[in-house]
Design a protein around this ligand. Structure first.
Ligand code: ADP
Ligand code: MG
Length: 150
């Protein structure tokens, strides 16, 4: 699935995230790239909803990582149990990433791991991943490009 989408308000971006959740399976890693305010966290709010997570999704910038349980009801087939929402904006070194347990989390087969500022993963970046690029077009317009890399 390679896709370019334009959204005209934040609700539309949430809706895209909500729909995208249905394409995911346990072990998927999502790399969300784009400047501050481009819509990465907004997309994650919809994605979490699509997975059945009712918890309010707020930016993990200051605490770097949040972990949510994915309720079983939405996932009778797939084995998704956890959603990690990670924001590496404030991390600097590979030691930071190791200290957070990121290498192990990236291997979890029953989790979705969504990472804002994934550029900072460096060599830890898995080959198999979804790449989602967010671009600010104007105050209410965003361009989202979704690619599946294998
Ligand atoms: P990021 O996580 O990429 O830094 P956020 O999702 O936190 O960005 O912030 C995006 C901001 O832009 C929010 O305040 C949101 O309401 C606003 N916004 C306006 N239009 C859109 C749109 N089409 N898609 C997503 N966010 C939008
Ligand atoms: Mg964010």
């Amino acid at each position: 699935m390679d896709k370019t989408i334009q959204t005209n308000n934040f609700e539309e971006t949430q809706k895209i995230g909500e729909e995208f959740a249905s394409h995911l399976e346990g072990g998927d890693v999502l790399c969300l790239q784009g400047d501050l305010g481009a819509g990465k966290t907004t997309f994650m709010q919809g994605l979490a909803k699509g997975l059945g997570v009712t918890h309010r999704i707020i930016s993990p910038t200051f605490i770097i990582m949040r972990k949510y349980e994915v309720p079983r009801i939405k996932n009778q087939e797939s084995r998704i149990k956890l959603l990690y929402h990670i924001d590496l904006y404030r991390t600097a070194t590979e030691d930071d990433l190791k200290g957070l347990g990121i290498p192990e989390i990236l291997e979890e087969k029953d989790a979705i791991v969504a990472i804002e500022w994934s550029e900072k993963l460096g060599l830890l970046l898995p080959k198999k991943r979804w790449e989602l690029d967010f671009e600010w077009i104007d105050e209410n317009t965003r361009k989202i490009v979704i690619k599946k890399l294998t």
